[in-house]
Design a protein around this ligand. Structure first.
Ligand code: PLP
Length: 285
């Protein structure tokens, strides 16, 4: 079966899909994106992703290429044409194609690209054993709340993590507080079983998984607080975990080589992980 991509109002073969060399996404990283999970052929948490997408577009003053209703039809069609049951959908909108000039072009149409592919669920070994993270200075800009395609610091951070034998890098602001991972949100559980995650300020992306987990926490009546935490506090926490659309919830069992809690996935994280799985299954029902 040939993979299909949606590029600038056309369904095309994935292997020959292309954007123009003067696409501003290519030249300036002038664009935004979303990654959505596909479970049982259905798109998970479609509405919150579209709300965040619209916010990112508005913050960068990029016009929406089509209505939400039309976008949903195209997204579902890309999933269907690629016969994805379990996987991801990637959506990117750039400001468009124009002669290279930093300021916005007078008239340009945004370019929408959507792809979808099968992806195995997160390795059960990772879920069972948890993962190690390293910490790094956060060298990103001051609008990390926008899901922009400018991801170079995230790319460099993830690569350093991989080279250190870790799964993720937790980025640390100038005050010594953890902001988030390079592609995940960061959480700890304190000794009194309070779940802690940074509040959704401009230093982090307000993850759709983060929002779903916060809903679960409220519904199940767990104690939680949205506040910053330091690397030292994380190292001496009783549990730690990370969240994202592609990972779900994964326990962090080591930070910079220091075991967190017992050094194994904690009970509260396991429970939240089960709830989150049920949430994605329900969203796909
Ligand atoms: N933080 C960053 C920097 C990310 O890139 C991502 C996902 O790509 C997340 C957090 C998690 O967001 P979500 O739960 O919406 O996947």
């Amino acid at each position: 079966m040939s993979r299909v991509a949606y590029v600038d109002r056309q369904y095309v073969l994935h292997r020959s899909a292309a954007v123009h060399i003067e696409d501003r996404g290519y030249q300036f990283a002038d664009g935004v994106y979303e990654v959505l999970a596909v479970v049982a052929g259905r798109i998970v948490d479609e509405d919150p992703h579209l709300v965040r997408l619209k916010r990112s577009l508005a913050e960068l003053r990029i016009a929406a290429p089509m209505s939400d209703a039309a976008l949903k039809i195209v997204m579902r069609e890309v999933v269907r044409r690629n016969r994805v049951q379990y996987g991801i959908l990637y959506l990117q909108i750039s400001r468009g194609v124009a002669r290279r000039d930093h300021s916005f072009p007078a008239a340009t149409k945004p370019v929408l690209v959507i792809t979808s592919r099968t992806r195995k669920p997160t390795d059960s070994g990772i879920t069972e054993q948890g993962v190690a993270v390293i910490t790094l200075p956060d060298i990103r800009w001051q609008r990390c709340d926008i899901k922009s395609i400018a991801l170079l610091p995230n790319v460099l951070g993830k690569q350093l993590a991989r080279e250190a034998g870790a799964y993720e890098a937790w980025q640390v602001d100038r005050e010594g507080h953890v902001t988030e991972g390079t592609s995940t949100n960061a959480w700890i559980v304190t000794g009194d079983r309070t779940v802690v995650t940074r509040k959704a300020d401009n230093a982090i992306l307000n993850g759709i998984t983060r929002l779903a987990i916060l809903d679960i926490i409220r519904r199940e009546g767990y104690r939680f607080v949205e506040r910053s935490f330091t690397v030292d506090e994380a190292k001496s926490a009783s549990e730690a975990f990370l969240t994202s659309t592609t990972n779900g919830l994964v326990s962090v069992v080591k930070i910079d080589g220091i075991p967190v809690g017992s050094g194994e996935p904690g009970q509260l994280a396991r429970r939240l992980c089960d709830h989150y799985r049920a949430h994605t299954a329900a969203a796909a029902a």
